[in-house]
Write a protein that binds this ligand. Structure first.
Ligand code: SF4
Length: 208
């Protein structure tokens, strides 16, 4: 079956995929995931290594003004929105959950600035929950492998959850992220290294 083929080959390529964001608490992971939108994990780690030295807890983060935080996260891009979201999320976290990130997808999404993808990443990584977070890599790879034909992350997430057994979800997310980041890249995918040429629905492999 196609899904077994995908699981087996991703397992060979990335047997022990790890989240590449650096963090020391669930709160720091949540902040890092917010910063990672449209930004590389490498850049986020450079920024958070400094940021979390003095502002790695919700209480410490709220001592920063919006413009002070903007300055610290400037290089991650979209810094105004990200600073606003981090401060609103942090305030919500303290007000609603006593500063603790909730182990619950729906509750996490009640935090300002926390969408479904962010909540799914944190749920899977911090709480080892079963979740498939659909980011830009997972969405692209899912379409190219013919698992979906949609540009809607939620539609893609539902389709992946139906296609793959629950026990695979969290690892599959990381494997697809790594596959999309290092092989099936948005521009110039490395099709020569790809085990999925036969099932790939794009014609990119014929062009390079
Ligand atoms: S053949 Fe190329 S475009 Fe298709 S899935 Fe593999 S790396 Fe991606």
């Amino acid at each position: 079956m196609k899904q077994n083929n995908i699981i087996q080959n991703l397992q060979k390529l990335f047997p022990s995929p790890k989240c590449e964001l650096e963090y020391e608490s669930n709160y720091q992971l949540l902040v890092a995931v917010i910063l990672s939108a449209q930004c590389t994990d490498k850049r986020v780690n450079i920024v958070t290594r400094e940021l979390f030295k003095d502002y790695g807890t919700p209480e410490a983060m709220l001592t920063l003004t919006q413009s002070q935080l903007e300055e610290k996260i400037h290089s991650c891009g979209f810094y105004r929105n990200k600073a606003k979201n981090i401060l609103s999320m942090t305030k919500d976290l303290i007000d609603k959950f006593d500063g603790q990130v909730p182990n619950d997808l729906a509750k996490m999404q009640t935090l300002a600035g926390v969408g479904r993808k962010t909540a799914n990443v944190v749920l899977a990584e911090a709480f080892k929950g079963d979740a498939i977070a659909v980011d830009t890599h997972v969405l692209r790879v899912s379409n190219r492998l013919g698992l979906v034909t949609t540009d809607n992350p939620e539609v893609c997430e539902r389709a992946l959850m139906q296609t793959f057994d629950r026990k695979h979800w969290s690892k599959l997310h990381l494997q697809m992220v790594h596959f999309g980041r290092y092989i099936c890249k948005s521009q110039r995918p490395e099709c020569a290294k790809c085990p999925f040429k036969k099932i790939c629905t794009t014609d990119k492999q014929h062009k390079i």
